[in-house]
Write a protein of this length. Structure first.
Length: 113
């Protein structure tokens, strides 16, 4: 039930968005108990964003999971997300925020997990 939403100021091709989505799908296993089953992600590009008063490529990433994980797992996933966005979108790690949210109630397919 993980969901990763990437918002970036970088303008990306559809192929690059797909590469980011595929790499995020692989990286979700860095969180114990999470797999690509039920994983969802979105990549929103070309968003007007500024960080440090600078308009260079920037990203804000939200990671929402059902249940809880560890700080170590979040640290590992943060590093991986920053690597992916640097490789694919030219976003330097110091211009990328990653926010984690642990969700207690999550619905799917007319029911609750």
């Amino acid at each position: 039930m993980p969901f990763i939403n990437v918002k970036t100021s970088a303008k990306l091709s559809e192929q690059t968005k797909l590469e980011i989505e595929n790499r995020l799908t692989e990286s979700i296993t860095l969180l114990p108990g999470k797999t690509s089953n039920y994983f969802m992600c979105a990549v929103e590009d070309n968003i007007s964003m500024m960080f440090h008063g600078d308009k260079q490529p920037t990203a804000f990433v939200e990671v929402k999971i059902f249940g809880k994980s560890t700080r170590e797992a979040y640290t590992n996933l943060t590093a991986k997300i920053c690597d992916i966005l640097e490789d694919c979108a030219g976003v330097a790690p110091e211009f990328c925020y990653v926010k984690f949210e642990e969700v207690e109630n999550w619905g799917f397919n007319k029911r609750m997990f």
